[in-house]
Ligand binder design. Sequence first.
Ligand code: SF4
Ligand code: SF4
Length: 363
Amino acid sequence: MNKIYFIKTVSKETFEKLISNIPMNIFSKNDFVAIKTHFGEEGNTEYIKPDLFRPLIKKLYKLKTNAFFTDTNTIYSGKRSNAITHLKLAQQHSFSQEKMGVPIIIADGLKGNDYVEVEINQKYFKTVKVASYIYYSNVLICLSHFKGHMIFGFGGTIKNLGMGCTSRQGKFLLHNSLKPNLKLERCIACYICTKYCPGNALTINCELKTINFIQSNCIGCGECIHLCPKKVFSIPWDLSYKEVQEKTAEYALGVVKSKENKDSNYKILYFSILDNITKDCDCMNNPQPSKLKNIGILAGFDPVSIDYASLKIVNEYYNRTNHNNIKEDLFKTFWPEIDYSYQLEYAKKIGLGNDKYEIIEIK
Ligand code: SF4
Ligand code: SF4
């Protein structure tokens, strides 16, 4: 039975208490410890602020480890698409050596092409591309902000591991089944989408005052779906999101395998932060309305159990506080078309983790 530790409310004080109640024996002196988080897209205000993580940094310092914050580059255009502007943005969001006392390193290098292949031999992939600095670190701390997501229904630990710890090439492979459907009759020729499309799949059609869609160039990043003010683009729900979720679980498996010990234990500690629960993820470039805030923090050593436990706690909290007397799944209210269970079921099937857990509440 996996132990999932939980403390109510989200603050430096509760985080410190949580850390002092969980086993920290996966860390050894001089270990390189990659703390994988999300520095927040430019304009986003709901990402988890670094100040919360101070107790963790203090603990890693006491354990005499070489810890660093890290994330990987995005496949869509923007400040997080290369290491230089990504680091500048991280600094603006207070993730800096000066403020946090540990370096910030972009795990897949300058242009997101720095990775190591890890063999997994699964249905979609024989090998997966794990970002180099995550691969070469001795221990991984996976800090996940639990919230909604337009492809996964909810974005938690499985997604942070699978999508968040791979290089840009890996992300292309995960997304490339997601070619959007188009309703071009809605197009008002604002041409926002043509500026941001990373695959050069969208070009200006001046004559018809619309766009051309070159399907063979589309890498399925989904950026246009967010950007278009007229909802010209939509996800072909029936065929794509299941595959992206399953592929991401395979990538997560590769990341976990890269941290396997001689005694077949994995040197990964997971945290799931239940705060600022938004419909969309921290990659959105504007403030997002938060449905729920300040529920609590979970910690554990099984990536699947911690997602199951996070879902349960968030939904129980939601139903306790929304006063409707109707039992609802918050993530289904966000994304009714998406079955998020694909990521969980497939993760169990391939041995990424399981749903056999007990919640240990720290008081
Ligand atoms: S963003 Fe939408 S409305 Fe604007 S050009 Fe692209 S498809 Fe047309
Ligand atoms: S068309 Fe849309 S989904 Fe395809 S690459 Fe361009 S922005 Fe991404």
